[in-house]
Design a protein around this ligand. Structure first.
Ligand code: SF4
Ligand code: SF4
Length: 193
């Protein structure tokens, strides 16, 4: 009798399990799965690496070439979606992929290396080429005056150390100029008295 009831219940309710993995499993539209980087859109700003609470995302710089490597370690990812939220160019997004098992732990790493631009003054690498190109585009959209754009481009192609040095030299020149003017003023004043 109990068996009869069970069969009746099964027939009434139909299948309650899915045929996964023989049939792909359909996840909810808001499901947060494996993050995926679109390297074309990435400007190497590192915002996602700073926002990642699990330290799954990192950015490292090659000290010799200055090239920057974006790295995702899926073994640490908690699928929180912070990287997707902070990315200014929508270069990273969470997919619906949840099949992450691997045989080799190294396969949980995903890396992309981006080239770097060198400083026009000292020739040392200082920023990623893509980030610089993105900033230049923003400047071109913000300024109509071509002279202003040229001035900004000059500054943008200079590394922070050279910029600081230029600024110190400019200040020293201004101070020297002031001293000369002050000495001339005092000389004229003394000769008048
Ligand atoms: S989903 Fe969260 S934990 Fe995973 S890489 Fe993005 S920010 Fe880090
Ligand atoms: S926040 Fe976006 S653009 Fe910036 S490094 Fe991360 S993925 Fe690239």
């Amino acid at each position: 009798m109990a068996m009869f009831k069970l069969i009746k219940s099964v027939l009434r309710n139909g299948d309650v399990t899915t045929k996964y993995p023989f049939v792909p499993y359909e996840v909810d539209p808001d499901f947060r799965g494996k993050p995926e980087l679109n390297a074309e859109q990435c400007i190497v700003c590192a915002a996602c690496t700073m926002a990642c609470p699990a330290n799954a995302l990192t950015m490292r710089t090659n000290p010799d070439t200055g090239d920057r490597t974006w790295s995702l370690f899926l073994g640490r990812c908690i699928f929180c979606g912070r990287c997707e939220e902070v990315c200014p160019t929508k270069a990273i997004r969470l997919t619906d992929d949840f099949e992450l098992s691997v045989i080799n732990k190294q396969d949980l790493y995903q890396e992309t290396t981006f080239p770097t631009t060198t400083c026009q003054q000292c020739g040392k690498p200082f920023t990623s080429s893509k980030e610089l190109a993105y900033t230049i585009d923003l400047f071109k959209q913000s300024f109509d005056d071509p002279n202003m754009v040229m001035q900004k481009l000059n500054v943008l192609h200079t590394c922070p150390i050279c910029k600081r040095q230029n600024s110190l030299e400019k200040t020293a020149d201004m101070e020297a100029n002031m001293r000369v003017k002050l000495a001339a003023f005092n000389y004229v004043k003394e000769n008048r008295e």
